[in-house]
Design a protein. Structure first.
Length: 208
C-alpha cells in the first residue's frame, strides 16, 4: 500500500476528515453535557439520523410505551409534517449495565461506552426514548396493555401519548441483551459512570 502522504492517489483530504470527525464530536459533546445537566427538553426537533444502543441489562422503575411522532426541523418548516417513529418509551428511573452507544456519520463512528462496572451502572431519571427498533429479553411487573396513551402515569413527569392512542405501562421492567435503534433520548439526569468516548474510522466499531 502506498503512503498517503507521498502518493497523490492515496492522499487523505484532512480538511474533509476534520469536518467529518468534528460533526459527531460536537453533537456528542452537546448531548452528553446537556442531558447530564437536565437541559435537554423532551420536546425537541430530531436530526433524523438514527443511532444504536446496546446494554447487557436495563432495570427500570415506572415504564410507559406508546406510538408517536418526532418532529424534524427541516421537514416541519417545509411541509409541517413529522418524522414517524415506531414507539416512545418512558422510564421514571433506570439503571443500565454495560452501555454502548454509537452513531455513524459517513465512515466515522462515534462510540460511547459507560457502566461497565456492575456495581456502578449508568443511571437515568425521567428517561424518554424515541425509537424505531427494540429487541431483548423483557420481563414486566404489574403490566397494563392497551391503555389510553394519554393516561399513562407510571413514568410521570415523562410526557404521555395522545388521547385515544394505544399505550402500555408497567411498574417495573427488566430487559436483558438490549439492542435498540433510536432517533432521540432525553432525560432530567443521565449519569454515565466510567464514560469512554472514542472516534473510529471504518467498519466493525458499532454496538451491533
Amino acid at each position: 500500500m502506498k503512503d498517503s502522504q507521498d502518493a497523490t492517489e492515496g492522499r487523505t483530504d484532512w480538511r474533509r476528515f476534520a469536518v467529518a470527525v468534528g460533526l459527531p464530536t460536537v453533537a456528542a459533546g452537546v448531548l452528553v453535557a446537556g442531558v447530564a445537566s437536565g437541559a435537554v427538553a423532551a420536546n425537541f426537533s430530531v436530526s433524523g439520523t438514527q443511532f444504536k444502543l446496546s446494554a447487557d441489562r436495563l432495570e427500570g422503575e415506572g415504564f410507559t410505551q406508546y406510538s408517536g411522532q418526532l418532529p424534524t426541523e427541516t421537514v416541519q418548516k417545509q411541509t409541517g409534517a413529522k418524522y414517524l417513529v415506531a414507539a416512545k418509551s418512558g422510564i421514571k428511573s433506570a439503571d443500565i449495565y454495560n452501555l454502548c452507544q454509537t452513531v455513524a456519520v459517513g465512515p466515522v463512528v462515534l462510540r460511547i461506552e459507560a457502566g461497565k462496572d456492575p456495581d456502578r451502572p449508568v443511571h437515568a431519571d425521567d428517561l424518554l426514548i424515541g425509537m424505531s427498533e427494540l429487541s431483548g429479553d423483557a420481563t414486566f411487573t404489574d403490566i397494563a396493555i392497551g391503555q389510553d396513551a394519554s393516561t399513562l402515569n407510571r413514568a410521570d413527569p415523562v410526557p404521555r401519548g395522545d388521547v385515544g392512542g394505544f399505550g402500555q405501562q408497567a411498574k417495573h421492567v427488566t430487559i436483558e441483551n438490549l439492542h435498540q435503534i433510536a432517533y432521540s433520548t432525553s432525560a432530567s439526569t443521565f449519569k454515565l459512570t466510567g464514560m469512554s468516548l472514542k472516534l473510529h474510522v471504518g467498519d466493525g466499531t458499532q454496538c451491533f
